[in-house]
Structures are given as structure tokens and as C-alpha cells.
Design a protein around this ligand. Structure first.
Ligand SMILES: Cc1cc2nc3c(=O)[nH]c(=O)nc-3n(C[C@H](O)[C@H](O)[C@H](O)COP(=O)(O)OP(=O)(O)OC[C@H]3O[C@@H](n4cnc5c(N)ncnc54)[C@H](O)[C@@H]3O)c2cc1C
Ligand code: SF4
Length: 328
């Protein structure tokens, strides 16, 4: 492994200062970072440890919103009874992620900033990866691209965002609180991720050293009636081919509000606004679901090995809606 120093700051402000140094990286649960270090995908000169530095509380505020300290463990959030009742889509997305052992170590902050699972990014034996080595090309374009994105791609990168819970958070309109040199700012999770465009190596809107301190999820009737459906090559310990986070507010047989986002298909977690528009005000039923799902694939661009994704996307949306709508 490439040599580095390990810093153990005592508080978030010191962590942020250390994390702003050139070639510094944060490590939280380490479940993604350790692999990237061992494989020398990342070669930081300084690692800044976040364990014991950031808040790990899981709290519901008087207005019903959920606040997750960035150090809250995936397993603790998934097991929280308030989360299970008021935000089931979050608990389900977490329980369908990684494995029990990983969830016991991994934090919500680290989950949101985990790196892509594109095989070429993860294997330095391949030269061409614009995300790992800007300007080197993209081996996935004409190579192994079964899991690649179909939405938000560019001619520089087609890698999917791997986080499941980010999809649920985007659907529910969650925000991250970020500590930077000028204090705290708030960023919608939907706006946290950048499209690859010409610079796939820059994945988020965070400046170097900016630290996620918390995730806040607004309460809503739809959030209480929500579900995460993940379709993958095997039933456990696998990333999504497609996934859907769906939340519906249904009143007297009519869909009053709808929130839909998809994973496994976009270069970022993908909010499906046109699907939502096609659900709102319509009768809760199979025809409405099928009509709305047609909009999920607008703008999709497939590659040789992932031509199956658009059809699978529509089916994933319909099935997730059927569960939430009580018609499965
Ligand atoms: C075998 C395997 C299977 C997996 N399957 C899934 C899956 O199905 N679904 C899924 O969603 N995930 C999956 N994961 C990914 C896993 O969920 C992540 O590795 C984990 O959530 C990362 O959290 P961590 O605390 O360990 O982060 P770390 O590995 O410590 O850090 C990850 C990144 O986040 C940065 N970081 C961490 N915390 C902060 C912070 N507070 N502020 C700013 N930057 C920060 C680090 O610098 C690093 O870049 C899998 C991982 C493995 C190894
Ligand atoms: S899709 Fe992105 S991450 Fe994968 S090889 Fe191409 S540039 Fe690298």
C-alpha cells in the first residue's frame, strides 16, 4: 500500500482543516476507502479519521423531520423504529445494501460519497478510465458495460452511482449539511452529485475538505407510505441493476403526491419528475402506474450490454408502485 500518515482530529472543525490539505482524504467506516487504498486507486498522503469526530445520532424533530448524524451507521439507521415507520424507504434501501458486517461499520456520510463500482475504475490494470485518470479514455464504452448507466452519461463516462440509500434520500427531498471553511451550508442530496460531463473525476459539488456533518429528511405523508425495490443479479450482497424508491400520498383512491427516484441506471441517483407528474391527481391503479412508468426511460442511452435496462426500469417502477399503492 502507498504510504500515508493518519490524523485523528478531536472535533469537526479540526477535521475539516486537516481534510483541506492537498492530497488529504477522509476515512469514516473505511469499508470503501480501505479497498481503494489497498488497490492504490487513491493515493492520499494524509488520511483524516472521522470516527469519534462526527455525530452519530438518529433523531426525529418535533416537526417530524429526520436528522441523521453523518457518522450514524447504516445498520443503526435501518434498525431504528422511527425510521421504519415514518421513512420505510430509507430502512429498506439500507437493508438491501452491502452485508450485515459492512452495514455495522459503514456510515451514512461515507455511503453517500462511496465511489462507483465500474470495474475499470476499480482495476488500475486498465489504463483507460477518465474518472480515475482524467484524459485516459473510457474502457467501459465498448467494454464490459452491463451495469453501466443509461441516464446522465457523457462521452467521457457512463458509470453508475452505487449508493442505494441516496436514491431513497433523493426521492424524499433530503438535504446534507456540509461544513466548509466559511461555516455550514445545506445542499439537496439531488444537487450533491455532478453529472460526469467532461470531468467525470469531479463527482460532487463539495469543495476539497468539505465535510458532511448530517443528513436531514423532511417528513411527509408520502414518506410514511414508501418502498425501495432493488433488482439485481443475485438476491444479496450485490449492487442494483435497477432500483426504485417510491413514495405516495393517496387520498380516497387518488394519488395526491408522488416521489419517485431510480438507482442503478443513472450517473447519479435519478429523480423521475415526469413519472411523478404522471401519477399526481390520477386514480391509484395499474393503468396509472403503467402510463407513468413509460416516462422513466425518457432520454435513456444504452450500450451493447445494457440494452435490457429501459424495459427493466419500467417494470421496476410499476412493481414498486404496486407495492406502495397496495395493489401488489
Ligand atoms: C462488498 C461490498 C458490497 C457493497 N454493496 C453495497 C450496496 O449494495 N449498496 C450500497 O449502497 N453500498 C454498498 N456498498 C458500499 C458501502 O455501503 C460503502 O462502502 C459504505 O457505505 C461507505 O461508508 P464508510 O463509512 O465505510 O465510508 P468510507 O469508506 O470511510 O469513505 C467513503 C468515502 O466517503 C468519504 N467520506 C466519508 N465520510 C465523509 C464525511 N462525513 N464527509 C465527507 N466525506 C466523507 C471518504 O473520504 C471516502 O471518499 C458495498 C461495499 C462493499 C465493500
Ligand atoms: S465508465 Fe467512467 S468509471 Fe468506468 S471506465 Fe469509463 S470513465 Fe472510468
Amino acid at each position: 500500500m502507498y504510504p500515508f500518515t493518519l490524523e485523528r482530529p478531536g472535533d469537526p472543525a479540526s477535521a475539516r482543516r486537516l481534510g483541506s490539505a492537498p492530497s488529504a482524504q477522509y476515512i469514516a467506516g473505511g469499508t470503501d476507502m480501505m479497498q481503494l487504498l489497498v488497490d492504490e486507486i487513491l493515493r492520499p498522503e494524509q488520511l483524516v479519521a472521522l470516527d469519534g469526530v462526527l455525530d452519530d445520532r438518529i433523531e426525529v424533530a418535533p416537526d417530524g423531520s429526520l436528522r441523521l448524524g453523518a457518522a450514524a451507521k447504516m445498520s443503526d439507521i435501518a434498525a431504528d423504529p422511527d425510521v421504519a415507520v415514518a421513512f420505510p424507504v430509507i430502512a429498506e434501501a439500507l437493508l438491501l445494501s452491502a452485508s450485515g458486517q459492512l452495514r455495522n461499520m459503514a456510515t451514512i456520510g461515507g455511503n453517500l460519497l462511496q465511489r462507483t463500482r465500474c470495474p475499470y475504475f476499480r482495476d488500475p490494470g486498465f489504463h483507460a478510465c477518465n474518472k480515475r485518470a482524467p484524459g485516459s479514455g473510457c474502457a467501459a464504452m465498448d467494454g464490459v458495460n452491463r451495469t453501466a448507466a443509461v441516464l446522465g452519461t457523457s462521452d467521457q463516462c457512463i458509470a453508475t452511482n452505487a449508493s442505494d440509500v441516496a436514491v431513497a434520500l433523493v426521492a424524499l427531498g433530503a438535504e446534507v449539511h456540509v461544513l466548509g471553511p466559511n461555516g455550514e451550508r445545506v445542499v439537496a442530496v439531488d444537487a450533491l452529485y455532478r453529472l460526469p460531463s467532461d470531468t467525470p473525476s469531479i463527482e460532487t459539488v463539495l469543495d476539497p475538505g468539505e465535510l458532511i456533518t448530517a443528513v436531514v429528511v423532511p417528513a411527509s405523508p408520502a414518506a410514511r407510505r414508501s418502498h425501495y425495490l432493488k433488482v439485481r443479479d443475485r438476491e444479496s450482497f450485490e449492487f442494483a441493476l435497477t432500483s426504485a424508491a417510491v413514495a405516495l400520498d393517496i387520498d380516497n383512491g387518488t394519488i395526491r403526491a408522488a416521489r419517485v427516484a431510480m438507482g442503478g441506471v443513472g450517473t447519479k441517483p435519478w429523480r423521475m419528475r415526469k413519472v411523478e407528474d404522471a401519477l399526481r391527481g390520477r386514480p391509484n391503479g395499474d393503468d396509472t402506474y403503467r402510463n407513468a412508468a413509460q416516462h422513466a426511460t425518457e432520454g435513456a442511452v444504452t450500450r451493447a450490454q445494457n440494452e435490457f435496462k429501459p424495459e427493466l426500469m419500467k417494470r421496476t417502477v410499476v412493481r414498486a408502485l404496486s407495492v406502495v399503492g397496495g395493489r401488489a
